[in-house]
Design a protein around this ligand. Structure first.
Ligand code: BTN
Length: 248
């Protein structure tokens, strides 16, 4: 899958470079990796802590022939591939997926996925998937306000890890699942995601477009939305929600 790797010492964000390359016609599998990002970004306009040489900051271009509405499925597929890869290189850590795209150890975040897509006539033109993995960061690399909610593989394991090995493990997993997805659709991925999820079956307060609701995630829809059961027993799909802070 990986076509051409562009390595940078320090750039603003690997997302920006990969997007520019995609606009210029870069093929599927074009991969941008940086040692350091000066404006690494996360979902919901957040910053992504990206100190030099300590994490994995990468973005790659995909061009799947799928409708725009299926883009969330790719986020979930990526989370499964990443979870499986990190479990294999960082055994015996218990790494799980928090919907839609965070990887957690003991409730603390170690990795995030940012999927940015561009479409024309409801079909995807390209997708840029950005992945940040906190590999060898120490506690001091994080601002104090993140100490309770973020961690790294090195902090959890007590030893540093080889970043190249993690990247290779990820793409091996991703390639395998992507082929299955393009051939057989989302159903097999959905089953794998549900098995790795730490989000399901725990009631949560969620901020959705209509306000705050308390609901229990019960599974995924075929489209990749999270199905949550509200207190009145009805089940609704949600595509984007914020968890009300302080719930672990
Ligand atoms: C999130 O959890 O909110 C998503 C974080 C995504 C971070 C990665 S690091 C590589 C790529 N470049 C960016 O600026 N962001 C993504």
């Amino acid at each position: 899958l990986v076509q051409g790797v562009k390595l940078f010492d320090s750039i603003d964000s690997t997302q920006n470079i990969a997007q520019r390359l995609a606009e210029d016609g870069a093929p599927e599998g074009t991969l941008v990796i940086a040692e350091q990002q000066t404006s690494g970004r996360g979902r919901m306009g957040r910053k992504w802590v990206s100190p030099s040489g300590k994490g994995i900051y990468m973005s790659y271009v995909l061009r799947p022939a799928i409708p725009l509405q299926f883009a969330p499925q790719l986020t979930l597929l990526t989370a499964v591939a990443l979870c499986r890869a990190l479990r294999s290189v960082a055994a015996p850590l218990d790494i799980g997926i928090k919907w839609p795209n965070d990887l957690l150890i003991g409730g603390k975040k170690i990795s995030g996925i940012l999927l940015e897509s561009t479409a024309e006539d409801e079909r995807l033109r390209y997708v840029v998937t950005g992945i940040g993995i906190s590999v060898n960061l120490s506690r001091d690399d994080y601002p104090p306000e993140l100490h309770d909610i973020a961690t790294s593989l090195a902090i959890e394991l007590g030893r540093t890890l080889d970043r190249a090995e993690i990247i290779a493990a990820f793409f091996a997993q991703f390639q395998q699942l992507y082929v299955i997805y393009l051939k057989d659709g989302f159903a097999p991925i959905k089953t794998l995601w549900e098995a790795l999820s730490v989000t399901l079956h725990k009631p949560r307060k969620l901020l959705v477009a209509g306000g705050e609701i308390t609901a229990t995630p019960v599974g995924l829809s075929d489209q990749g939305a999270l199905l949550v059961e509200k207190e009145d027993g009805t089940i609704i799909p949600i595509f984007s929600a914020e968890q009300v802070p302080g719930q672990g």
